[in-house]
Write a protein that binds this ligand. Structure first.
Ligand code: SF4
Ligand code: SF4
Length: 463
């Protein structure tokens, strides 16, 4: 059946393109996407950027700033190092501001440039399109050959090609898991782990195998469905995109009526569809499944060159750019978001730059009240924890600055290595005459080389 649509004749299939998820056929089974290998300037640019980002991903765990990892997300020890600066659980406000700024940055970026991140920098796209699919092109050939191989009988050639491909996929999945692991335990921790016998690290080894199996399954079988059905960022596009957002778009004003019968530039060759890794037809307009990978831009540009028409029938453009000829990046919405983002970032930077060099926590030992000593003095037992956030080794001294008292520290002198924490206990003795009731408010000072670097207020309990 055919219908009139935008002045051209289109099939029922094209009009009903939103009736079901793009990856399913009419009977609800998975529709495998045999994407044609992209070729063109945008693909070359993306390939170069992918190499840079892959080098970053693999290289970061080995990079050091003043002897510390450039980035380390040590969740087990609740310690995060970002560009050499260490963040502890005590830095909740800074981390929350960083997280908020990051979320708002994503919103501003998406409102302005759509899913640019998905097409150019998302690890899922980089690994699928630039690693796994390139291996598939090498072993099984381009889309028609791959389709024929899958539909054909099991021959020796098919068996060998499939075995080789899946073996390489599995090895890359294991390598990926180990690289990600290094981001969480550091390259030194990872080296230590792999040098030890497997029997001593069975739990870690099993986790590594399970994560590798998940990666393998995603890139060998699940593939683009991560972007079209699972990724929450992809699902947010409906609320973030508007008519000013610059996305990969089909210029329907120029292209229609399609088919070469009238004046439209689109010759309806469906090459933009053949090359799409998510299997959509960009001529149906901006869709949730479009990851802005630019493959259709390259493909259509090559068709335009062959037909002697100007390039850019599919290009980066906003809806307003196509309908009204306006091309502008800034509008009221993204300007307003940017102002809020700038304020948040300024507050984040201020908090980061003014955070104390050390973070002290002094708490009375739970379950103990006070002790009356033979010399008549009253004592309380405390737990102390100090985090050194500087890149220097700090000799520290704890003094009571609000009253006359005596501190007996367990373990001797306080010295903390850079970016490390110190934990101990101490007893504070006070004369009964200094107490102002059941609870006396007191203040400690933490000194380094005779200089006061932090104050800490707490309480002392007495009879
Ligand atoms: S590649 Fe270009 S000319 Fe061919 S169908 Fe797509 S939009 Fe039309
Ligand atoms: S429509 Fe074009 S840009 Fe969007 S996913 Fe498909 S090929 Fe990539």
């Amino acid at each position: 059946m055919q219908n009139r649509h935008r002045g051209s004749i289109v099939s029922k299939e094209e009009l009903s393109f939103r009736d079901r998820p793009i990856n399913l056929n009419e009977s609800g089974a998975r529709k495998w996407v045999y994407a044609k290998k992209p070729k063109g300037k945008w693909y070359r640019r993306r390939s170069v950027l992918s190499l840079v980002l892959l080098a970053f991903l693999v290289g970061v765990p080995f990079l050091r700033v003043k002897g510390h990892p450039l980035i380390l997300l040590d969740i087990a020890h609740r310690k995060f190092i970002i560009f050499g600066a260490i963040f502890w659980p005590q830095d909740t406000l800074i981390m929350a501001l960083l997280m908020l700024s990051f979320i708002l940055f994503i919103i501003v970026f998406t409102v302005t440039f759509g899913r640019l991140w998905c097409g150019w920098a998302c690890p899922q796209t980089i690994f699928l399109e630039m690693v796994f699919r390139k291996i598939e092109y090498l072993i099984e050939g381009d889309y028609r050959k791959r389709h024929a191989l899958d539909k054909g009988p099991l021959t020796t050639e098919k068996f060998l090609k499939k075995t080789l491909k899946h073996l390489i996929f599995a090895l890359i999945a294991i390598a990926m898991t180990n690289v990600f692991l290094m981001w969480f335990i550091g390259s030194e921790g990872w080296l230590k782990l792999i040098k030890e016998p497997v029997a001593e690290n069975l739990r870690s080894f099993s986790i590594m195998l399970v994560v590798s199996a998940v990666f393998y399954w995603i890139y060998a079988f699940f593939r683009e469905q991560i972007c079209t059905m699972v990724c929450p960022y992809g699902r947010m596009q409906g609320v973030l995109l508007d008519s000013n957002t610059i996305v990969v778009s089909y210029d329907h004003k120029r292209g229609e009526p399609r088919g070469g019968r009238n004046d439209g530039d689109c010759i309806d060759c469906r090459q933009c569809l053949a090359v799409c890794p998510t299997g959509i037809d960009i001529r149906n307009g901006t869709q949730l499944e479009c990851i802005n990978c630019t493959a259709c831009i390259d493909q259509c540009n090559s068709v335009m060159r062959k037909t002697g028409k100007p390039e850019g029938l599919i290009r980066y453009a906003s809806e307003k750019n196509i309908t009204e000829g306006l091309f502008r990046i800034w509008n009221t919405r993204n300007r307003a978001y940017s102002v809020v983002l700038l304020l948040l970032l300024s507050f984040f930077l201020f908090t980061l730059l003014t955070r104390p060099e050390i973070e002290t926590t002094i708490l009375r030992t739970p379950g103990l009240l006070f002790q009356e000593n033979p010399d008549g003095r009253i004592s309380n037992l405390y737990n102390i924890k100090i985090v050194n956030k500087t890149h220097e080794r700090l000799p520290l001294e704890l003094r009571l600055i609000s009253h006359e008292g005596e501190i007996t520290l367990a373990g001797g002198a306080m010295e903390i290595e850079d970016q490390k924490s110190y934990e101990s206990t101490f007893i504070l003795y006070l004369d009964p005459g200094q107490l102002s009731g059941d609870v006396t408010h007191i203040e400690f000072g933490v000194f380094s080389n005779g200089e006061l670097i932090e104050n800490y207020k707490t309480t002392f309990v007495g009879p």
